[in-house]
Design a protein around this ligand. Sequence first.
Ligand code: SF4
Length: 197
Amino acid sequence: MNIEQLVHDVEDVYLKLDEEIATFKKRSGLGCKSGCGKCCLKPDIEATALEFIPFAYQLYKQGKAIAWLENPLLGNSLCAILDSNMSGVGHCTAYQYRGMICRLFGFSAKLNKYGHKELITCRVIKTEQPETFIAAYAETVAGANVPLMRDYYMKMYAIDWELSQKFYPINDAIKKAIETVLHYYAYREEEGLAAAE
Ligand code: SF4
């Protein structure tokens, strides 16, 4: 495992996903309500450790990884990256490094038992943009291009099976990602590999 390569590969998946979501939003007219952030307030969000490797790597590069492991917010059920007092477009304090579940939620589809795509979105969008939602839902069932959750999790499995096959409560996933990055560099330092770079 090479952490820099993992970060590169995960960010590559995020780039493609964000592009596909932007195309879908433009075509469907669906979008988040400005300043909403309600989806981040769900207490039972689950994620994989791999999704937060870019976040953990940034913390490491900024010398904040160890301090973050002692962050009491990691013990809560709400995402520790969330700041619900933050004003502006949302409440994520590390939006650029948010997880894949954060990107997929609201603008992606799953396959139902008949193998048809079903649009997954939030109650705010459904209730405040009902016509637009119904139209997007219908075109999704009809097979229109919408990011498929399964496809993106498969891309993550292909990057690193071990860090992507188990789902944890989001703060545990963040913690595992930080621990993975710290262990990697601690091992490299121990082995004198860091100096060789
Ligand atoms: S990482 Fe950011 S977008 Fe994802 S749940 Fe936490 S606050 Fe929300």
